[in-house]
Unconditional design. Structure first.
Length: 352
């Protein structure tokens, strides 16, 4: 006589032997743990740096706005961009080469390590401003500590130097804007004075041709003073000239006398302005060069940032071999293997 079996009955039978499943899982976990100990050792050293960001200064940081390609709409955008900037900057070749030089001075092991290899050993992560988490992985705790400490030293020194230049950049930028505004004002004034001079010189022949005993017309009277007022620009010297402007219906001789005085003021100002404009143009060019040089040294960091490596904080060491993962994998694989074997045996018996 033969028994009739179906898949549901077989699975029901196997899964109700929970104690066997538990034993198999434990055995597999032990095998996974043992396998993890056969892997090459790997240790991670963790160290935190303090990073302070005054995000409220972000919208007023003109240099950062020029560097960032996307608009920083919120304060969080400013903070997140700066922290991402730190992570990327810390793993550039310049930082890694500096780190590797310091490591080679500490231990001969690092003589055979390349910048590319070191890149994959280091990690930077953050959740919020105030704490920047650095980590380094190596085959021994000592090497991991050397790596994370040297990296942190390079970051602390080079980035703080960049922040100092960023603060210098703010001062240069302020001077640059002020110089540009003053230069624009002087150029505009030079153009206005040149036009006033032209207007006065055009009006003089008209006055000379006017009958000497016939008062000048009201229209010409107000047009001339209106044209000349543009040259005043709140200059105290021009106040006395404008106050001496002839009264309406004055004779041409009075206008000609006043016009000579006004032209002398215009020519005096026009004589001085080119030298001042030339000086401002040279100053603007010098400040622009200083701005470009300082911007490069600032490393794109904000003047509103503070970075500090505390001497009181020591790296934390952790064995990061995947023991837990291998124990889980070993346990599940052992249970699956037992279920497959049991399924095959029960199926064979049912067919017998």
């Amino acid at each position: 006589m033969s028994n009739e079996w179906n898949l549901r009955d077989i699975i029901f039978t196997l899964t109700h032997r929970w104690y066997v499943i538990a034993v198999c899982f434990l055995v597999g976990a032990l095998l996974g743990w043992g396998a993890s100990k056969l892997l090459p050792p790997l240790y991670r050293a963790d160290l935190d740096l303090y990073v302070g960001i005054n995000a409220y200064r972000g919208p007023r940081d003109r240099y950062i706005v020029q560097v960032v390609q996307d608009e920083l709409r919120k304060l969080d955008d400013y903070k997140n961009w700066q922290m991402e900037q730190l992570n990327g900057l810390a793993l550039t070749d310049d930082f890694l080469l500096d780190t590797l030089e310091r490591l080679r001075a500490k231990d001969a092991y690092w003589l055979d390590v390349s910048v590319e290899h070191l890149f994959y050993q280091l990690r930077g992560s953050w959740r919020n401003a105030g704490r920047w988490h650095l980590a380094a992985e190596a085959s021994t705790p000592e090497l991991a500590i050397q790596a994370v400490e040297s990296w942190a030293e390079v970051i602390d020194e080079r980035m703080n130097d960049g922040i100092i230049h960023s603060r210098e950049l703010v001062a240069i930028d302020t001077s640059l804007v002020s110089t540009a505004d003053e230069l624009t004002d002087h150029l505009v004034r030079f153009q206005a004075l040149s036009q006033v001079k032209s207007d006065l010189e055009d009006a003089r022949p008209v006055l000379e041709d006017n009958p000497p005993d016939e008062p000048w017309g009201a229209y010409d009277h107000w047009r001339l003073i209106s044209q000349t007022t543009r040259a005043a620009d709140w200059d105290p010297g021009w106040g006395a000239v404008l106050d001496a402007y002839p009264a309406p219906q004055a004779l041409p001789a009075e206008y000609l006398l006043w016009m000579a005085r006004a032209l002398a003021m215009v020519e005096s100002d026009l004589e001085v302005l080119p030298e001042r404009i030339e000086y401002l143009e040279a100053l603007h060019e010098t400040l622009s060069e200083q701005y470009a040089e300082t911007a490069e040294k600032s490393l794109g960091l904000s003047a509103a940032m503070d970075i500090d490596l505390s001497e009181e904080v020591s790296p934390q060491i952790e064995d990061v071999r995947p023991s837990g993962s291998l124990m889980l994998v070993g346990g599940f694989l052992t249970v699956i293997a037992w279920l497959l074997i049991g399924l095959a045996r029960l199926t064979y018996r049912g067919e017998a």
